[in-house]
Design a protein around this ligand. Sequence first.
Ligand code: FES
Length: 583
Amino acid sequence: MNSSDERVAKLRSRQWFGKRDRWGFGHRAWLRAEGFSEKVFEGKPVIGICNSWSELNNCNAHLRQVAEAVKRGVWAAGGFPLEFPTISLGEMLMKPTTMLYRNLMAMDVEECIRAYPLDGVVLLCGCDKTTPAQLMGAASADVPAIMVPGGPMLRGMWRGQPIGSGTDMRRFWDEVRAGRMSEEEWCEVEGCISRSAGHCTVMGTASTMACLAEALGMTLAGAADIPAADSRRLASAEESGRRIVTMALEDLRPSRILTREAFENAIRVDMAIGGSTNAIVHLVALAGRVGMDLPLSKFDEISRSTPVVANLKPSGEFLMEDFCYAGGLPAVMKEISPLLKLDALTVTGKAVGDNLANAACFNRDVIKPFAEPLKTEGGTVVLNGNLAPRGAVLKQSAASAHLLKHTGRAVVFENNEDLIARLDDPNLDVDESCVLVLKNAGPKGAPGMPEWGHLPIPAKLVKAGVRDMVRISDARISGTSFGTIVVHVTPEAAVGGPLAAVKNGDRIELNVPERRLELLIPEAELKQRLAAWRPPEPHYDRGYGKLFLEHILQADEGCDFDFLRGRTAREGGAVGSFRNPAM
Ligand code: FES
């Protein structure tokens, strides 16, 4: 047997298709119902194309075309592609929040990879949660995997003005509420803000997670930011199809790529691109899948020493399409390369530093030089204090400078219903110096930790021209959000965190330079209030919701399920054996 035969003999799929017994017959014969000849079973690596395509998820609605490009590459490299679906998490339509279902999708991905005869997997993602869910599932299954993000939409254009998803929608909505934008203009914007297939056009969560997948080494270089409608998106998918066949034969698994160095690179990149606050939750969860603790302090440490160089909304001016044309993520990584672990291994089989050899920046307005960055510190900071003993986060790159040190009177909303009912009440006792507080919007409280943290400015203040206030909650915010918004307050109110004890009129201090978030009441008073606290009624008493409530971890632990963290003790992935069940 030569070495190539040996590698083929070790493929997982040979346990299904490589046997001449009754079981091998069954596996081949039933799959031949799809019209395959016997040639496909002669030792070609079987490549699963894990597709989160769905018409309910517009961001991923083009992924069947992407899958065809992947298949071309797999066939060309001597593999045997088989596409399979998983659930898909469409950020805009799925309620109460896609975050409620991220772990469910991760389980779907993990178990499909493990249960089927796959030697390698191509992960097709796009919308916010589909990327971390696939990475988490693939990390746990630990079969060779490469990610192909779907890419961003073309930039929105309205009356000659580039507009970005989410970010500009919020800006225009405030103009509508203030009476400065007409209903007709608002309708026009609706028709031209989403001009093609693909995910949101700003450095929101989807763009951030695609960039972090690349920074982790889980995609080909340059794969994160090519627009969905650009032919190079399909060419990159085809190339990924070719590459996964070799990865399967090399047994290059996620566990060799998702190292501590890879995570440090991903955090650096997150800070340099002004990435979504959601990235912190997802990276912590992913690290947990490979048995690695990633404390919030690590994010803050890296944030302090990483400049923001990507001038993209919501932190800056430009959109993802501009980012791609300016050189994209490779150009950013080259810019901050003195800070990166350049030896970290990637899916290309080469180190990060090798992949960046040809990276270049073509537009200094979009990607700033390391020496003259957009911001001198990273996009996201981690806060601590008696209001957030286990941490909270704030995107300082998209906050108002004058509010980064601020003390104000709390205006408290007990939950989202309370917020909706009272926020725009003309009699609400609020002014622009107040701190808006939303409780019970965390992992258990909402449930699912929705993106409710971008509390709207009360209508009467919007009309008076107020555009930002300090807002605090245990919710998340969209990556497209902007403003001085503290989120992920941990522990959340619904499990008795100090946030639960805040009352109207309390004074709250936010001090970003010192990374502090304090409720300015005596310690004894805080203890007394928390002793009197009673948990809210659980939202579910059956089904997936019950499982979620019983096992969901807090934000500082990535909101994964407790039983999904860590590596599988018994081999269940790449070369695990199985006994044939009765047919
Ligand atoms: Fe899918 Fe924004 S709604 S990425």
